[in-house]
Ligand binder design. Sequence first.
Ligand SMILES: *Cc1c(COP(=O)(O)O)cnc(C)c1O
Length: 399
Amino acid sequence: MSRLSPRALNCAPSPTLAITAKANQLKADGHDVLGFGAGEPDFDTPQHIKDAAIDALAKGKTKYTPSAGIPELRKAICEKLKTDNGLDYAPGNVIVSCGGKHTLYNIFQAMVSEGDEVVIPAPYWVSYPEQVKLADGTPVILQTTDETNFAPTIDQLKAAITPKTKIVVLNSPSNPTGAMWPRATIEALAELAIQHDFYVISDEIYEKIVYDANEFISIAALGPEIKKRTFTVNGMSKAYSMTGWRLGYVAAEAEYVGAMNRLQDQSTSNPTSIAQWAGLAALTGDQSFLAEWCTEFDARRKLIVAGLNGIDGLSCLMPEGAFYVFPKVSALYGKTTPEGKTLQSGDDVADYLLATQKVAVVPGSGFGADDYVRLSYATSRATIEKGVARIAEAVAALK
Ligand SMILES: *Cc1c(COP(=O)(O)O)cnc(C)c1O
C-alpha cells in the first residue's frame, strides 16, 4: 500500500515536461536534437522589463507584498482589461498569482467541490483536468477534432451541459491546437452559462498572439450577466516572454477573488515581489515588440504548416493564434518502422521521430487527442526547416 495520498497518486505527470526531459537527455548524450516541445516563446524578456526588476531589487522592494499583489499592479491590470478587453473591473476584482497555472489552480480550489462537473473541450491544455481532479471535481471531456477546426459545435456544447455543470473552460487561441472559437460559438457558450447558471473560465493567455484577421474575444465583454459568471485569466508568460517569472492573474466577482485571496494567504502568499514590479513595467511599458514577435511567429507558422502538409500522411490545420501546430498523424498507423515496429498511436509516432531523427514533438495523448502530435514553432526558422526535412525522411522510411 502506498502511503501517498490518493490526490498525489492520481495526479498525472506533465507530458510536455516529460518529452523535454527525454530530449535534454539525448542532447546531453551528444545527439543533435531538434526540439519542438517548448511551451514558451524563444524570445528574451524585453530589457525594460528586466530593468524594472533590477530597479525594484536595488530599491529594496524585496519584502512581502499583499497576497493578492501590489496595488500598482492590480490597478494596471484593471487598466489593461479596460483598454484591451472593454472590461470594467476594480482592483478588488483582481488577484495576482504565481503564473496563470497557479491562478487556474486557485479558481478550481475556490469554486469546485465533489460532484461538480467541469467541461473541458479537448484537445486541452494538460493541466486543466488534473487541476479539476485535485479540487475533487469531475472533468467532462468534450471531444473536438480537426474537422470542426478544434471548436465544439453549439450542439456539442449543449449536450455536454448537465445540472452538475459548474464550469466550462474556454481557451481560444488554444494550446495545443492554436485554434480559435468562432464568435457565434463563444456567444452560444455565454447564453448557455446564463441560462444554466454555470461559470466560464476564459484562459486568455494567448490573447496577444493572434494572426490574420482573426478576432480575439473576451467572453466577459459580451454583457453584464456573462461577466458575473466569468473568470478572465491571463498572465505575463506568453505575451511578454516571462515564463520563468511566474506571474498570472484573474478578474472575477469580488466574492470569488476574496476566496482565492484567502487560499493564497494560506498557501503561497504573494507572487515574488520583484517579479510583480517587472510585471507592472510589462503592462504599462512599450508594447511595440509584440508586433515584431507576432510577425516572426507568423512567418514560422506558415513555414511549418506548409512543410508538414507536404509530407504524405500528415495533415495540419493553419493555426489562428498561439505558437503551436497540431498535425494529425493517424494516417501513419499500420505502417512499420525500419526496426520492425508498427505505429499505432501518436505516442508511437512521437517515439519514432525522437529515436530515429532526434526530433522532439509532444504526443497528443496528454492533450486528450491521441491521433495528433504537438509541435511548438517558438524556435528558429532554420530549426523548423531542418525539423520538417527530418520528419519527411522518417516518414519516407516507413513501410
Ligand atoms: C502557458 C499557459 C498557461 C499559463 O502559464 P503560466 O506560465 O503558468 O502563466 C495557461 N494556459 C495555457 C493554455 C498555457 O499554454
